[in-house]
Design a protein around this ligand. Structure first.
Ligand SMILES: [Zn+2]
Length: 241
């Protein structure tokens, strides 16, 4: 008697089934669940990736900031020049190459914004260019190229990410901040929404970018906050007094 009831339990709930195959309804339910999970997981993976590229980019900028301070200390308090002011025959004396000895990571890591598309990153390397462009209103100014003369270093932008609309080349290592009369003209030079998930939005306010300031700190600013400065009548490239 006991052994009969045991064998009934051992057969379990599916014991009487002829086969273990899925029915159509079960298959549809499984597919629906997998699709739903993918919908949750895939965007969060791309958000994590966006975040990690942002951290790497901020780290590149911090190293550039530190290298600029060390360079100025070693060179009578003067920042290195951009290609705007070095002789065309001495482009390897522009800031990126002058700073090389102060970088701890390789120059080819530091010169590239990791959020630039892969093809563009390769082109930047091939053309000895950079994703990062210095503020000419500081570096090509007879006064402010001495960082000690900058009145508000914590509020003075010194570096930006080059606009994807600009073809990288060896002399493109600085902006022309005097031409930034509005948000649209700044977009000709820089990419304030470089760090974003997906494509540019039509008004270019989706996303953000890290920004290096003259005191060496790096701040993440959303593209929409950056755009607001122009609406307030402020040119962020100008040196605040
Ligand atoms: Zn120039």
């Amino acid at each position: 008697m006991k052994s009969v009831s045991n064998s009934k339990i051992a057969r379990g709930p599916y014991g009487s089934r002829a086969s273990f195959g899925f029915t159509l309804v079960e298959a549809i339910v499984v597919i629906a669940i997998v699709a739903m999970l993918a919908g949750i997981v895939i965007p969060s993976v791309s958000k994590v990736r966006t975040k990690s590229l942002l951290v790497q980019c901020a780290s590149n900028q911090r190293q550039i900031g530190l290298a600029l301070q060390l360079y100025a200390n070693d060179n009578e308090g003067i920042y290195p020049p951009t290609t705007h002011s070095v002789s065309p025959f001495r482009l390897n004396e522009s800031w990126l190459y002058e700073l090389d000895e102060y970088f701890t990571d390789s120059i080819d890591t530091i010169r590239i914004c990791p959020a630039d598309p892969e093809e563009r990153r390769q082109r930047i390397l091939d053309r000895n260019s950079t994703s990062y462009v210095l503020n000419d209103l500081v570096f090509d100014d007879v006064n402010y190229r001495f960082p000690r003369r900058i009145p508000n270093p914590a509020q003075t932008h010194i570096l930006f990410i080059l606009s994807e609309d600009r073809t990288p080349n060896v002399t493109r290592d600085h902006i022309h901040g005097g031409e930034w009369t509005n948000w649209i003209s700044a977009l000709n030079d820089i990419e304030p929404d470089r760090h974003r998930t997906g494509n540019r939005s039509s008004d270019r306010t989706k996303g953000s970018a890290p920004y290096l300031f003259a005191d060496g700190h790096v701040e993440i600013i959303s593209a929409s906050d950056f755009k607001d400065k122009f609406a307030e009548g402020v040119n962020p490239a100008e040196v605040p007094l």
